[in-house]
Write a protein that binds this ligand. Structure first.
Ligand SMILES: Cc1cc2nc3c(=O)[nH]c(=O)nc-3n(C[C@H](O)[C@H](O)[C@H](O)COP(=O)(O)O)c2cc1C
Length: 438
């Protein structure tokens, strides 16, 4: 059976995909930027608009780094504003379960679902590190092994609160002066992390259960996704890695009594489109040069090596030392569990091609997934989905806010022609547009 593709737009964020220094790049903070990308995504009938969350600016040896965009407004606030200027687009907020209380989470997400008529999604992330925790009164208090215990408990309670009003408890009888029936919103819960009781102040939102997204990649993260999530936002955008991940996660669903369709796998990918494949390849190389400046190459290499490499020339050879596992040279970024085989591969490739350190980073950390003419890109995307390397993709543009214009204007029509992507929204809620059980 031909699968329908799902698409989401990621607002460019604090990372080295985003090229904020490009003359065409706009503000990361002005509402007009968010609105522009959301309207582009809605014109392209995307499933949802996605906002990541960074609770602390990343640092390199105590300094904010040159290519990291400074400034990322709070997701739910921005999405609530976007709810007023969009009509069908899903609105997905990344919000940390470690540093928020379930009651607040339930209320804020339910509010977005009410305001948007059923378009809210929560990307449950679980950062636990002391570096992020220093921003909060609970700095570093959570053991790494506990991050998913707390996430799972938070989600269970959030769902309980969303369901704390039964259908008939909201009376709204003006003549009788009856607003709600006795017992509406009452809840109590006790677990390893929370012991709470009270009343939840909002009746069920249009979706009842806003869509749950999960982005962790560890064994625990995958299990959490299989038991509780509707969508996985993964890193595995290449065809082979995508297929392996897809098979792994989908095979975990049956033990939770879930069908394979009930969890959509949407890797983060980047797209470079031009008139011809050759032009797109040139354009992609130019973007990579912008993304990986000399200082950025050093930072990315430091992340792999776990060492201070500031004495190295990015245009010179690769460091001769061995990597160090578990160092905190670069804070706020995900490191490598086993850097040795990657360093060996980088060395082999650098030697074979005569690459400098910077050229090695540019070529070995190739973040562009789909490069080519509109027809080439449409074909590749459809191939990945039909062959079960993904159910769709979260597109991460390098430019704010115009980075998806070409995709929406030139690739989406070709996907529609192939009958693998919607012409218009069929449902009114995000859950229904994603083809998830209501
Ligand atoms: C594609 C992707 C996107 C992510 N985006 C965010 C984010 O915006 N904010 C955040 O705090 N963590 C983010 N994370 C981190 C994870 O959700 C998770 O908290 C972290 O990876 C630890 O879980 P793990 O050990 O299971 O991977 C992201 C992870 C992935 C794979």
């Amino acid at each position: 059976m031909t699968k329908q593709i799902h698409l989401a737009a990621h607002f460019p964020g604090v990372n080295n995909t985003t090229v904020w220094s490009d003359p065409q790049a706009g503000s990361q903070i002005d509402f007009s930027s968010f609105r522009y990308l959301a309207e582009t995504a809605e014109r392209g009938t995307f499933d949802f608009f996605f906002l990541a969350e960074g609770l602390r600016l990343r640092e390199v040896k105590g300094k904010i780094h040159d290519l990291d965009v400074v400034g990322r407004p709070e997701s739910l606030t921005v999405l609530s504003a976007l709810a007023a200027v969009t009509t069908h687009l899903g609105l997905a907020a990344t919000v940390n379960s470690t540093f928020n209380e379930p009651y607040e989470l339930a209320k804020r997400l339910s509010t977005l679902d009410h305001l948007s008529g059923g378009r809210a999604a929560w990307n449950v992330v679980t950062s636990w590190d002391a570096f992020t925790g220093e921003n909060f009164r609970r700095g570093g208090y959570l053991d790494k092994a506990d991050r998913y215990v707390r996430a799972q408990e938070s989600l269970r309670i959030v769902r309980k609160l969303w369901n704390s009003w039964s259908e008939d408890q909201l009376v709204l009888d003006q003549a009788a002066g009856a607003f709600a029936r006795e017992g509406a919103g009452a809840f109590a819960d006790e677990g390893a992390h929370f012991d709470i009781r009270g009343r939840f102040g909002l009746p069920p939102s249009p979706q009842g259960r806003p869509v749950i997204i999960q982005a962790g990649d560890s064994e625990q993260g995958r299990e959490f996704a299989a038991s509780d999530a509707d969508v996985i936002f993964s890193r595995h955008g290449t065809f082979e890695a995508g297929k392996t991940f897809y098979k792994d996660v989908k095979s975990r669903l049956s033990k939770y009594g879930r069908s394979e369709d009930s969890l959509k796998i949407m890797p983060a990918v980047t797209v470079v489109v031009a008139d011809t494949d050759d032009e797109a390849i040139d354009k992609a190389a130019h973007i990579r040069e912008q993304q990986v400046s000399g200082p950025t190459a050093l930072v990315l290499a430091e992340l792999l090596w776990g060492r201070d490499l500031s004495a190295y020339d990015p245009d010179g050879p690769l460091p001769a030392e061995d990597p160090v596992v578990g160092s905190s040279v670069t804070q706020g970024r995900v490191g490598y569990n086993d850097p040795f085989p990657i360093v060996a591969e980088w060395r082999a490739q650098a030697e074979a091609h005569g690459w400098s350190l910077r050229q090695t980073v540019i070529n070995q950390q190739n973040r562009q997934t789909f490069i080519g003419s509109p027809a080439t890109v449409a074909e590749a995307i459809n191939h990945h989905v039909q062959e079960d390397a993904a159910d769709g993709f979260v597109l991460v543009p390098h430019l704010t806010p115009s980075g998806l214009d070409d995709f929406v204007d030139r690739v989406v029509p070709l996907l529609r022609e192939r009958g693998v992507f919607r012409d218009e929204y069929a449902g009114t809620t995000l859950r229904s547009n994603l083809g998830l059980q209501v």
